[in-house]
Design a protein around this ligand. Structure first.
Ligand SMILES: CSC[C@@H](O)[C@@H](O)C(=O)COP(=O)(O)O
Length: 322
């Protein structure tokens, strides 16, 4: 089942706010509905956001075919619906480049982006599984953060795709999914996906990760990215940096799996990236709160980045942009 697709003139998504209780499909007919789905995290995760951005422009191209001003405004609203994952603006912009050739050309480009993400997921799963075995030996116990499965992409996923591939190869001896406060992408979504795939796993509270590593219960941390900067800084779900510090202290690899569509060679470092602030309400109803949705893991804490085309060994001074 695909997380996001174009079906009979509308965008269909799995509503990730309803999981794990309900597996519900939403049909989005307008740019407004699509933006609301992005902002509520009904569709989320960097690769899926790239596809959503492109399909959003395909929707806009149909509705505003005769109104260039409204079309431009719709594209801009889609690109900026969430700020941190580079895929969203990139996917929207790629589809928007086809606007002069009409709505069918835009839709074809959006479908190409969808298909490229499916191929990228498959490629990362193989490449990442090989690297985990190289670094950790024939049997690995992995800790993952946030949700990086098929739900964050179109199918398969990024880091969780590697976990699934290692399971298929019989090379996995344990998975810990950190619950990922406050919206519980790990406890709700990763746990649901691993259950669907038949992968035994346990959920840990976020703050337990570094201690479990220190106690020798984890062979590597593996997670995704919303943006990878030219110097190798990794922007990902809040809590990733703490896991990187724990991994460095425990002396285990910290692996980032993300498609090339997430590598932003135009952004020099994490200091240049807007970190989404999702407001206090998601954290607590009874006291003030600060709620940054992502953090920056400095490049020197990252062992390797696995994309669909390359393995960048940051521990050997390689960088996304040489
Ligand atoms: C390749 S998925 C990697 C990231 O997009 C994922 O870990 C993440 O941080 C998603 O954040 P979310 O706020 O759920 O969209």
């Amino acid at each position: 089942m695909r997380t996001i697709d174009w079906v009979d003139g509308a965008v269909e998504i799995i509503d990730q706010t309803a999981l794990p209780g309900d597996l519900r499909v939403l049909r989005l007919h307008t740019v407004g509905e699509l933006i609301a789905a992005i902002q509520s995290l009904a569709v989320r995760g960097a690769p899926a956001l790239g596809v959503a951005g492109a399909f959003g422009v395909a929707l806009a191209a149909r509705v505003h075919a005769d109104d260039p001003g409204a079309l431009r405004q719709a594209v801009q609203r889609i690109e900026t619906a969430r700020p941190t994952a580079v895929n969203l603006a990139r996917g929207a912009q790629r589809a928007a480049n086809l606007l002069p050739w009409g709505p069918d050309a835009v839709l074809a480009e959006a479908c190409a982006i969808r298909d490229e993400e499916i191929a990228a997921s498959q490629s990362m799963a193989f490449r990442g599984a090989d690297l985990v075995t190289e670094l950790c030996g024939p049997h690995a116990r992995l800790l993952t953060h946030c949700n990086t499965g098929g739900l964050c992409a179109v199918t398969i996923g990024t880091a969780l795709g590697v976990v699934g591939e290692l399971h298929r190869r019989g090379r996995l001896t344990g998975v810990i999914a950190s619950e990922t406060r406050p919206l519980l992408q790990g406890a709700r979504l990763t746990s649901w996906e691993l259950t669907q795939w038949g992968v035994p796993h346990r959920v840990a509270v976020d703050s337990a990760g570094p201690f479990l590593m220190a106690r020798g219960e984890v062979d590597a941390v593996i997670l995704g990215a919303d943006r990878i900067c030219a110097n190798g800084d990794v922007i990902n779900k809040i809590g990733s940096y703490a896991h990187a510090l724990g991994a460095r202290r425990a002396g285990i690899p910290f692996l980032v799996v993300a498609p090339e569509s997430t590598v932003d060679e135009a952004t020099p470092t994490g200091a240049h990236v807007e970190i989404e602030d999702r407001g206090a309400a998601e954290v607590t109803a009874w006291s003030d709160a600060v709620n940054p949705a992502f953090d920056v893991t400095p490049a020197d804490l990252v062992t390797a980045i696995v994309t669909d085309r390359r393995v960048i060994r940051l521990d050997r001074a390689e960088r996304p942009r040489p």
